[in-house]
Design a protein around this ligand. Structure first.
Ligand SMILES: Nc1ncnc2c1ncn2[C@@H]1O[C@H](COP(=O)(O)OP(=O)(O)OP(=O)(O)O)[C@@H](O)[C@H]1O
Ligand SMILES: [Mg+2]
Length: 422
């Protein structure tokens, strides 16, 4: 686990630091005390020596020759040394280096002469006649030193422990949090991977759907071409064949040509009409002129004229804003629906409604004909083609029909305005 690793790493680095801090806390105060106390003792030794030397000087001035035999008395009368418990020994040495007084005689000082030494000269006039030497006793200071060492030892141990234990506790807690975060991150990463997988699956499905829609759309276009070819064959083809027959007759019997002229003219007119109808069926001129409403109205009127079934168009909203591609699609839907009505419905009346709202466009083509079972449309491709085109344009189509109850083809699109097209 990374948290345990972190904790171990931290512990291995923090331990020497804590030990070092503990050692410093342990050794610094006693060392400082020792240094300070030694220099203080040295100063004291020099002051005591100077005081004693001045007492000796007074005696030497009064008794220039005999003072050296009265050193004990001189020392005894000097009170300065008595109060000082830290004096080890006091010695007076004359110019020849001979000891003229040793503190041991008067039990002057503690007798422990292990500390710093202070010297002071005994002068009479300008002449040094002797030296007073004071050696300090460090016993008391040593005791204090040991006490301080004990105290600082405890302090160092506590400090070292605190320095190691507290940060380690903090690190352990943070490592716990870190572990939780890592676990959460791992889970989030897993979720993300799953979401990614789902997404790519969906993208693949969507790509597949788009591909199949495009394939079906191509199929629909092929079917439409076939139908136009069939219409041309049935309508124009038959009229041209009739014209050909008439022309052949006229060539075979030029004397009777006049009789067949009217028939030939009728056939030519028929061909022209069929071609115009086919061209219109392919794309009414109104659409190219950009007037969708007029184009739809014209188509409905032509339907009425051709079939004799009363048909009306009700258009609401601004159709001029509708994009060209959506306009073409509306025209195709109307074309297929009206063709179906004329071929299958036996309707008495047809109604076409186009409504443009703020965010959608609705087209409804209804008839009062014989209706049909919407589940049973497998043999034709017209309605299927409409459905696929509508869904390709982002809209939806619904059929409302049942036997004897007429038919309603309803389409709904998000409005695609002019200029929105790519
Ligand atoms: N308005 C309608 N009234 C009654 N029946 C209809 C109507 N529209 C469609 N149908 C029925 O639904 C069937 C399928 O129609 P669809 O337009 O898909 O094919 P089709 O018209 O038969 O052939 P095509 O591929 O030439 O369009 C039709 O054969 C017809 O039976
Ligand atoms: Mg059809």
């Amino acid at each position: 686990m990374p948290s345990q690793l972190l904790e171990r790493n931290f512990a291995s680095r923090m331990l020497p630091l804590a030990i070092a801090a503990g050692l410093i806390a342990f050794s610094a105060p006693p060392l400082f005390y020792r240094f300070a106390s030694i220099s203080e003792l040295k100063t004291h030794a020099e002051i005591y020596a100077a005081q004693l030397a001045s007492s000796v000087e007074e005696a030497a001035e009064q008794e220039p020759f005999f003072w050296r035999y009265n050193t004990s008395k001189i020392m005894w009368s000097t009170s300065a040394h008595r109060l000082q418990e830290d004096i080890g020994t006091v010695t007076i040495v004359d110019c020849a280096g001979k000891t003229v007084f040793d503190g041991k005689e008067l039990e002057l000082g503690t007798g422990n002469a292990s500390g710093p030494t202070g010297w002071a000269a005994v002068k009479v006039g300008n002449r040094n006649i002797a030296w007073v030497r004071v050696i300090m006793d460090t016993a008391m200071h040593r005791k204090r030193y040991l006490l301080i060492m004990l105290f600082s030892g405890c302090l160092g141990a506590v400090l070292g422990l605190l320095l190691f234990w507290f940060p380690r506790r903090v690190v352990r807690r943070q490592a716990g949090l870190l572990t939780n975060t890592i676990i959460r991150l791992e889970k989030a990463e897993k979720d993300l991977t799953e979401a990614n997988l789902k997404l790519s699956r969906r993208v693949r499905q969507a790509v597949g759907a788009v591909r199949s829609i495009s394939e079906r759309l191509i199929g629909v276009q092929e079917e439409e071409r076939r139908r136009i070819a069939r219409d041309l064959h049935d309508g124009v083809g038959q009229a041209v064949t009739a014209l050909q027959i008439t022309l052949k007759l006229m060539r075979a019997r030029p004397s009777e040509a006049k009789n067949h002229l009217a028939e030939a003219e009728r056939s030519a007119e028929e061909i022209l009409k069929e071609i115009r109808a086919a061209v219109f069926a392919l794309r009414p001129a109104m659409l190219d002129a950009g007037d969708l409403e007029e184009g739809l109205r014209d188509f409905v009127e032509r339907f009425e004229l051709k079939t004799g079934i009363p048909a009306s168009l009700r258009a609401t909203g601004d159709l001029s804003a509708v994009s060209e591609s959506l306009g073409s699609l509306l025209f195709r839907i109307l074309q297929e629906s009206l063709t179906n009505i004329s071929r299958h419905a036996q309707a008495k009346e047809v109604g076409v409604t186009v409504v443009v709202e703020t965010d959608c466009l609705r087209l409804e083509v209804s008839d009062d004909g014989r209706g049909f079972d919407p589940e049973d449309v497998s043999h034709g491709s017209g309605l299927r083609g409409i459905k696929e085109r509508v869904s390709f344009a982002g809209g939806e189509m619904a059929l409302k029909t049942s036997a004897g109850r007429g038919t309603q083809v309803m389409c709904r699109f998000p409005v695609l305005r002019r200029g929105d097209e790519r």
